[in-house]
Design a protein around this ligand. Sequence first.
Ligand code: GDP
Ligand code: IMO
Ligand code: MG
Length: 425
Amino acid sequence: MAVDVLLGLQWGDEGKGKIVDVLSAGYDLIARFQGGPNAGHTLEFDGKKFVLNTIPSGIFFENTMNLIGNGVVIDPITLKKEIDKLKDAGHDLLAKKNLVIAKKAHLILPTHQLLDAASEKKMGDGKIGSTLKGIGPTYMDKTGRNGLRVGDTAMPDFKERYQKLVDKHVSMLTALYGEVADFSEREQAFFEAVELINKFQLVDSEHFVNDYLKQGKKVLAEGAQGTMLDIDFGSYPFVTSSNTTTAGACTGLGVAPNKIGEVIGIFKAYCTRVGSGPFPTELDNETGEELRRIGHEFGATTGRPRRTGWIDLPALKYAIMLNGVTQMVMTKADVLSGFDKIYACTHYTYLGQQIDYMPYDICCVEAKPVLKEIEGWNEDLTGITELSQIPAKLQWYIDYLEKELGVPIKYLSVGPDRKQTLVLH
Ligand code: GDP
Ligand code: IMO
Ligand code: MG
């Protein structure tokens, strides 16, 4: 058995949560492999809506286990909030025993968030536009070999190690930024949340996942963020601090590369980005606002308005190459229904030449999109359930994208609800 991977091909918020939920019934285990509560994965079914930050999107299926992998960074306070909220909605994860947490996952401390905020403030206009969840500083401590891991919380010297790291953070905040906000309340909440986390089964994710595979069970790795936010290959420095690509699933769970099966790449029928950084197809105009309004493009985690633009084929081709995508999902096709004409970026004009790849210096040299005009379908898609109901012009768009990108679009999403999903192949 192999691990299938589902991940975003753009700048995040492609609809990963919805599609993982749709696919969950067919998997025994859903495993988050990177990122942290910077993610906001939205699921809708039976008239209910849930936003998950740290918990995998398979949590609503009776027979599906969920793992927060070693590559994830966990803010215990946010995780507790998620767990409590789900319990209030009738999903008691402790009772159901359908969530396990990797001992090797790193912990986000209250002071990591202070460092994130102070660093962003100091950068002024050059800021990353981080979600302020402490992601960058936590991964810095991980690679700097200072971090605290979930498994450490059960050790007798946990409090001393915590204090040592906090003291270091306080010194950094004082020396670099000259201020340390009061975090005593969050500190108390942190330790309360750690207690709750310790009631869950804590595992070695590498053994946990490989045992599932040995038993012939099906595993889906759930990505967070998107390929263009990958720490190595995204629009650096305007990226997140983890590998959001397929390779991240190997290191973020402890799975060998030859155990990766299908790679399901998900993209919106257009494009969005939240936070700073280059976005070649951005529509900084009324059309962009229209896309934001119709697509409800506001961050699931921070509520910030998302920047919007047309689909970017060079960026998608790059993402497909990096991830080894074998099948794709197109979401939010319904949002384009109100547009007479839509556009796809086929190339960039960069330093006077036409190119079809992401240039290294995209953060400082303009890559102007070359746009192809496409007829819109102008029909409401949100109620369609049969392939025969797909408007001819939308079918043309699907065929065009499959031909350009060289990968089949297996699923088409036409609304936020679990049911608003069509299998195309
Ligand atoms: P994720 O981070 O990739 O899981 O995506 P988000 O949940 O942050 O953002 C996707 C948003 O689009 C959520 O509000 C979803 O409920 C919604 N959504 C997902 N698929 C569709 C779709 O096909 N059509 C529409 N209109 N909304 C969708
Ligand atoms: P999901 O999983 C969209 C963006 C932030 C910022 C940059 C760095 O819901 O798709 P960070 O807090 O990670 O240091 O911020 O990355 N970002 C996301 N954008 N969706 C996400 O997650 C994101 N997670 C981080 O806006 O530009
Ligand atoms: Mg999101």
